[in-house]
Ligand binder design. Structure first.
Ligand code: BQZ
Length: 692
């Protein structure tokens, strides 16, 4: 058996490895159980009907100043005329602190920056709850963490009810009737169909959060039967799964009366001009959400004021939201933690493990201004490799050569077993937080099955043996392996690693991976980008490797299901169609696609559990992505806020900005701060542009 001796420069490491590829079974091992860490509080599990209903109430109310300054002045119709015939009613019994009072502000701090208000055209508003608050969607899933497991189904929202045809292939949805955009324009099926036809079906538009036709099933059609009735037609029978895709992220219609005139199908605009038609400076963009943007100061703040046409009320007929104003201080994600703990901000999803110890210390003090509450381990990071071999992201010769390596199981195994996950987790924070994460579905979540999870423990020698077996030899003795002759000119194996500089955790983990690749003789080069640029490069396939925090699909499976496998040309995070529109799936990927499609096509829970065991087995055995670490998040909320649901996770079906149902949150009168920057004003009031 030939042996190869490496003198690796820098590390001065002498490695003697065998040429043979070690048999697969010698590479797997027992996955350590995550350290004991329990969420600090559990939700009170209820039915959707315990939370909300749609019905007409005998009377409606609004803040006194709205009546006196706007309705009585004749610039705003009476509140009863601004509400739908049957508004969405939140039930007091499900409100932890009951019926609220009007006033005050929630001061968010965010790390993103707004590109503009055309969410469905593909623009980000900076994340951190802005788009979640603006974009009301057909269904809603954030609050599902409090729904009884055997009744789990997306909540009604803009779609107030729906029924399936006998054969389960048609879904008729009834939209809320008489709801209005924040500028008074009626919400109806025109808005839904504009989103569907001109933003989902139009391949030239990439809506934010990635809705594509396949998100709702291959061959699915949607039509409007009348202004308040739409009908879906599916290939599968009873694909209830798609009700989750009709929630936040992928089916949140925009104001067609404003957007449609700018769309290239109805104007001389280019698609880029359509996407950018509403820059952040354009205020009072009509929204269905509870608050409307009224002020934007670059790199400083976005201020929002209550939407006078918001279509949700409490059981006493008080039009929501209770909070008059919403702030989004434009800072960094790490500063969000600091300000929430210090009390100069009101909210944070504590998700960067490096901040945990300080946040815990400060929050434990008697005079701490904020409550800190840990949930389950639903934050997870993976190293994802670009698996397209047919041109997604227009690779050059070196990039193509790296993709070919990525598509080789021995290569992915070598990378996986070269990563010391224990050390990586501890590099973020010591203590019972981080757990070794092999990839795939997260331990501790509904569909996770440990026996179906294949784990390749850290083993540097075996990793080198695998790369030797692939013929990646350091032919010029500079300590970096070379591509075989005839591939990328036999050059050094150089791999770029994309990561998001908005988060210290992302770049810390990426730097850990880079360091751990050095003893393997691989030169991994940091390609660290600011959030929006990172999002764009990830979406367009311009990366070799990507260290990324994963989405809801790895937590709940039912949310973001389309992202579990390349079920369509643009649905998967690291394998999308090449320039010829085709997906060059590896055999195991096709198996994953078949399993995910079978999961979507069945509503039998036992069958679904079995399918997800298959998914986990195929995913982890083939190292679909290299799991890195998994840990819990914590919700930090200023103590003056009431109606925060017990056990609200920072991330499960959605982020906490959705989960806590902010439109029901209030501050008791005697605890209200004087944080409002535009007290007693409504969007469009003097001093802010746009209609009113
Ligand atoms: C939460 C979230 C609300 C996006 C974003 C950001 C983008 C991703 C992701 C999180 C931020 C916060 O996450 O980190 O705690 O407030 O906004 O939308 O990471 O870069 O593209 O998927 O949700």
């Amino acid at each position: 058996m030939r042996k190869h001796i490496y003198a690796l420069g820098g590390a001065g490491l002498l490695l003697s490895v065998s040429m043979a590829t070690l048999p697969a079974q010698e590479l797997t091992g027992e996955l350590p159980d995550p350290p004991e860490f329990s969420a600090q509080s559990e939700p009170n599990f209820v039915s959707v009907s315990d939370i909300m209903e749609y019905r007409a109430l005998p009377e409606y109310h609004e803040p006194d100043w709205v009546t006196s300054k706007y309705v009585e002045a004749g610039t705003l119709p009476p509140v009863a005329e601004r509400l739908p015939a049957e508004p969405l009613v939140y039930k007091a019994a499900n409100m932890p602190d009951g019926i609220g009072v009007y006033g005050d502000t929630m001061r968010h701090v965010i790390g993103g920056r707004p590109e503009g208000w055309n969410y469905i055209g593909g623009q980000s508003q900076g994340w951190g709850g802005i788009d979640i608050g603006l974009s009301e969607c057909l269904t809603r899933t954030g609050p599902l963490f409090m729904i009884k497991a055997d009744e789990l189904e997306p909540m009604p929202n803009l779609a107030k009810s729906w029924e399936w045809s006998e054969d389960g292939k048609e879904l008729t949805m009834h939209l809320i009737e008489g709801a209005k955009w924040s500028d008074g324009d009626p919400f109806d099926a025109d808005d839904v169909m504009f989103y569907w036809e001109d933003n989902i079906l139009d391949q030239n538009v990439s809506p934010l959060n990635g809705g594509t036709p396949e998100t709702f099933g291959e061959g699915t059609t949607l039509e409007a039967l009348d202004p308040y009735t739409i009908k879906w037609t599916f290939q599968e029978a009873f694909p209830t799964q798609y009700l989750y895709a009709m929630a936040y992220g992928t089916f949140c219609p925009g104001p067609s009366h404003i957007l449609k005139p700018e769309h290239p199908s109805y104007s001389d605009n280019t698609y880029e001009e359509y996407k950018n038609a509403f820059p952040p400076e354009y205020l009072n963009i009509p929204v269905m959400g509870a608050w409307v943007p009224v002020e934007y100061r670059p790199d400083d703040i976005i201020v929002m004021r209550r939407n006078p046409y918001y279509w949700k009320v409490d059981e006493q007929g008080n039009q929501l939201p209770y909070l008059n104003e919403m702030h989004y201080r434009l800072s960094t994600w790490a500063d969000r933690d600091v300000q929430a703990v210090a009390g100069s901000g009101d909210f944070s999803n504590l998700e960067q493990a490096e901040s945990y110890v300080e946040a815990l210390r400060r929050s434990a003090e008697d005079d701490a201004p904020a409550r800190l509450q840990f949930g389950a381990r639903t934050i997870g990071y993976a190293l994802r490799m670009n698996l397209s071999g047919n041109g997604w992201g227009e690779p050059d010769e070196r990039e193509q050569a790296v993709r070919e390596l990525n598509r080789d199981l021995d290569f992915r195994k070598a990378i996986s077993i070269a990563v010391d996950r224990q050390r990586l987790g501890e590099s973020l924070v010591r203590g019972p937080f981080t757990a070794i994460y092999p990839g795939g579905l997260y331990a501790g979540t509904t569909y996770y099955d440990k026996d179906s999870t294949v784990y390749y423990p850290h083993d540097l020698e075996a990793a080198n043996a695998l790369l030797d077996g692939m013929g990646l030899i350091d032919t010029d003795g500079n300590g970096v392996r070379n591509f075989p002759e005839g591939t990328a000119g036999g050059a050094d194996v150089e791999i770029t690693l994309l990561a998001n500089t908005d988060y210290g955790t992302d770049t810390n983990l990426a730097e850990g991976v880079i360091a751990m690749m050095e003893p393997l003789g691989l030169r991994v080069i940091a390609n660290f980008q600011q959030g929006t640029a990172r999002d764009d490069m990830a979406q367009s396939g311009q990366f070799d490797w990507h260290v990324e925090r994963q989405g809801a699909e790895m937590v709940s499976v039912v949310q973001g299901t389309a992202a579990l496998a390349p079920t369509g040309p643009r649905t998967h995070p690291f394998h999308r169609a090449g320039s010829d529109g085709t997906l060059d799936l590896l055999p195991f990927e096709q198996e994953l696609v078949d399993v995910v499609n079978a999961f979507i096509a069945t509503s039998d829970n036992a069958e679904r559990a079995e399918l997800m065991k298959q998914y986990q087995q195929i995913f982890t055995e083939n190292v679909y992505s290299v799991g890195l670490t998994q840990y819990p998040g914590a919700l930090i909320i200023n103590k003056r806020f009431a109606n925060i649901p017990a056990g609200a996770p920072i991330f499960m079906f959605n982020w906490a900005e959705d989960n806590i149902i902010r439109e029901r949150v209030f501050v008791p009168e005697d605890q209200q701060g004087s944080y409002e920057l535009h007290p007693e004003t409504l969007p469009g009031a003097p001093g802010s542009d746009g209609p009113m």
